[in-house]
Ligand binder design. Structure first.
Ligand code: DC
Length: 223
C-alpha cells in the first residue's frame, strides 16, 4: 500500500486544481473520482435509464464498464470502451453525476474501483467520501471548502474562459442545489472526516492552499 492523500469538499472548492498540482509536486497519481460519477451519469442519460427503477438501475450497474487510464499523467476515463474524458465536464454532466451518486449500487461499484487503484499506487484522490469511506486510513485527509459566492465566481470564470456562455445567478443556484443533494443524501453524504484538516480557500490563492497541504503532509509523514 502506497501513500494516500484524500481531499473532500463541495463543488467548486478548488479540489481538482489543488490535487493536480500536489500530485505533480509529490509525483503521486491524481484520481478524480467525480469523473467516474460523471461517466456513470452519462451512461444513465444516454440509455435513458429511470433512476427511480431499482431493478433496471441494478442491471445497469452490473453492465457498465468504467475504466481509468493515464496519458502523459492526465486521467482518461473510458465508458463502455469509449474515451468520454472531454464529454463529462459540463454543468449538466455534474448534475447527472450528483443525481446518480445517491444510488447505493453506483457507489459500491465506483468505491471498489477507487480502493483498488489506491492499493497499487501513491495517490491523491478527490471527491466527497474519500476520507470517510473510500480511504479511511489515508495518510492525510483534507476538507477543502470555500463560501458559495467564491465558488460560483470561480466556476463562472472557468466556464467563460472556456468560451461557454453562462449566468452567475444560475451557477450560484446550481452550486447550492448540488451542495444540498451531496450533503443530504442517505448514502455516504459529503461531510468532514473527524481526522480531516479543515481548509477554507475563500481567501487563499491556489499556491497558498497547495503549500499549506504540502507542509501538513511533510509534518505528518516526514516526506
Ligand atoms: O467533483 P465533481 O463535481 O466532478 O463531482 C460530480 C458529482 O459526483 C458531485 O456532485 C457528487 C458526486 N461525487 C460523489 O458523490 N462522490 C465522489 N467521491 C465524487 C463525486
Amino acid at each position: 500500500m502506497g501513500y494516500s492523500i484524500a481531499i473532500d469538499g463541495p463543488a467548486g472548492a478548488g479540489k481538482s486544481t489543488v490535487a493536480k498540482k500536489l500530485a505533480k509536486k509529490l509525483n503521486f497519481i491524481y484520481i478524480d473520482t467525480g469523473a467516474m460519477y460523471r461517466a456513470m451519469g452519462l451512461f444513465f442519460a444516454r440509455n435513458r435509464i429511470n433512476l427511480a427503477d431499482e431493478e433496471i438501475v441494478a442491471a445497469a450497474c452490473r453492465g457498465v464498464d468504467i475504466r481509468i487510464t493515464y496519458e502523459n499523467g492526465q486521467q482518461q476515463i473510458w465508458l463502455q470502451g469509449e474515451n468520454v474524458t472531454s464529454l463529462i465536464r459540463s454543468e449538466e454532466a455534474g448534475n447527472m453525476a450528483s443525481s446518480c451518486a445517491v444510488i447505493d449500487c453506483v457507489r459500491r461499484k465506483l468505491v471498489a474501483l477507487q480502493q483498488k487503484m489506491a492499493k497499487e499506487m501513491n495517490v491523491i484522490m478527490d471527491g466527497r467520501d474519500i476520507g470517510t469511506v473510500v480511504l479511511p486510513e489515508a495518510d492525510l485527509k483534507i476538507y477543502l471548502t470555500a463560501d458559495v459566492e467564491t465558488r460560483a465566481e470561480r466556476r463562472f470564470k472557468e466556464l467563460t474562459d472556456k468560451g461557454e456562455s453562462c449566468n452567475i445567478e444560475a451557477i450560484r443556484k446550481i452550486i447550492s442545489d448540488r451542495d444540498y443533494r451531496d450533503t443530504h443524501r442517505a448514502v455516504s453524504p459529503l461531510r468532514q472526516a473527524e481526522d480531516a484538516v479543515y481548509l477554507d480557500s475563500s481567501h487563499l490563492s491556489e499556491e497558498e492552499v497547495v503549500n499549506r497541504i504540502l507542509d501538513i503532509f511533510s509534518e505528518k509523514t516526514g516526506c
